[in-house]
Design a binder for this molecule. Structure first.
Ligand SMILES: CC/C=C\CCC/C=C/C(=O)SCCNC(=O)CCNC(=O)[C@H](O)C(C)(C)COP(=O)(O)OP(=O)(O)OC[C@H]1O[C@@H](n2cnc3c(N)ncnc32)[C@H](O)[C@@H]1OP(=O)(O)O
Length: 304
């Protein structure tokens, strides 16, 4: 499989910089009474992602910081995989909360510029990185919570769907869903499987065919997200839910998670290269390229 060396090379080339080894303002440091010693917190950062691990609770916060819209570019996906792998291999880390450092947007989904006007080789490399991100996140042993603090279409929704629990800011201006059909493209089978596992077959079928994006209150109604909170309560709520999930023995929770997700993960692993070739031949069709160009034009026009 060509996928592994390619990603491994990108990971090896990428510098992940340690930032500090003391508490930061989002976690225990913010809640600890003054004067008490603070438990250590480790932080590391690359260009597009910031991670802070509170060693006393075993909880990491991963923040997406790739303005303007946290699109999932090849670089973003590579940095995401590196950060997740570092946490997965860190015995001090048992859970991760994902949130955005960009106001109003959790993630705008796959970076459309990576799928438009590029070479076949580039499309293949990009798609392998998308697969890798999903395999690592959906298959993670850690407790994963999406703190959805903004809109989250398509690939952004997939990130949230791949977590164990989704808490969204209650703002009806923030929307979430797999809207690929609106772009004239098709969510692949493993996006669909992940969606079905969260909302059920009927809702998934209708939503995928219509490319529906749902305002937060509607998303809650059919379980696309698990709960809504005011923005200022999001972090506190995510920490409280995390504490609930971490109260169980890891091995029991991990085996249960694996039992629920294995078939879907195995399906992509078994057909990974076929899925890459399918994506490359689909996305490089002139009609699809035209749809993507028109969609990008529409996004630009909306601004003027
Ligand atoms: C066989 C299988 C085949 C194919 C499978 C492919 C699966 C694809 C999955 C995907 O994820 S496709 C991407 C889907 N994403 C979207 O539809 C979201 C599009 N964006 C928006 O709706 C909005 O930008 C927004 C996220 C709601 C934010 O709106 P806002 O008004 O705040 O920002 P603005 O629209 O002005 O955007 C700023 C800037 O960013 C560019 N942009 C936005 N989204 C993307 C993106 N996904 N990729 C690349 N670039 C994106 C946008 O064009 C603007 O650029 P500009 O400043 O240069 O004009």
């Amino acid at each position: 499989m060509a996928a592994v060396p390619t990603l491994a090379r990108r990971i090896a080339r990428s510098g992940v910089r340690p930032l500090c080894r003391w508490p930061l303002a989002w976690g225990r440091a913010a809640r600890q009474p003054p004067g008490l010693p603070l438990a250590p917190c480790r932080a590391f950062s690359n260009n597009k992602i910031l991670v802070e691990l509170d060693e006393s609770s075993g909880v990491a916060m991963m923040k997406f910081k790739s303005p303007p819209v946290n699109s999932l570019s090849l670089d973003f996906l590579t940095e995401f995989c590196i950060s997740l792998e570092k946490l997965e291999n860190d015995r001090a880390c048992r859970g991760v909360i994902f949130a955005s450092a960009v106001p109003r947007i959790f993630s705008s989904g796959l970076d459309i510029t990576e799928m438009s006007g590029k070479s076949m080789e580039h499309y293949a490399e990009f798609w392998r990185a998308v697969q890798e991100m999903w395999l690592r996140l959906y298959g993670s042993n850690m407790v994963t919570i999406a703190a959805v603090n903004g809109s989250s279409p398509a690939g952004g929704c997939l990130v949230a769907l791949s977590c164990d629990y989704r808490i969204m800011v209650e703002n009806p201006k923030f929307s979430i869903g797999l809207n690929e059909a609106q772009l004239g493209i098709v969510a692949p089978f493993w996006f669909k499987d992940t969606f079905v596992n969260v909302v059920g077959h009927r809702i998934a079928e209708r939503s995928l065919q219509l490319g529906s994006l749902y305002p937060a209150p509607e998303a809650l109604k059919f379980g696309l997200v698990d709960e809504l909170v005011p923005e200022e309560k999001l972090q506190e709520k995510a920490m409280a839910v995390m504490a609930q999930w971490l109260a169980l023995p890891d091995h029991a929770r991990q085996l249960t998670k694996s039992m629920m997700r294995k078939a879907v993960l195995d399906r992509l692993v078994a057909h990974r290269e076929e899925d890459v070739q399918n994506f490359v031949s689909f996305i490089s069709k002139e009609s699809i390229q035209k749809s993507l160009r028109m969609y990008m034009e529409m996004l630009k026009k909306k601004k003027s």
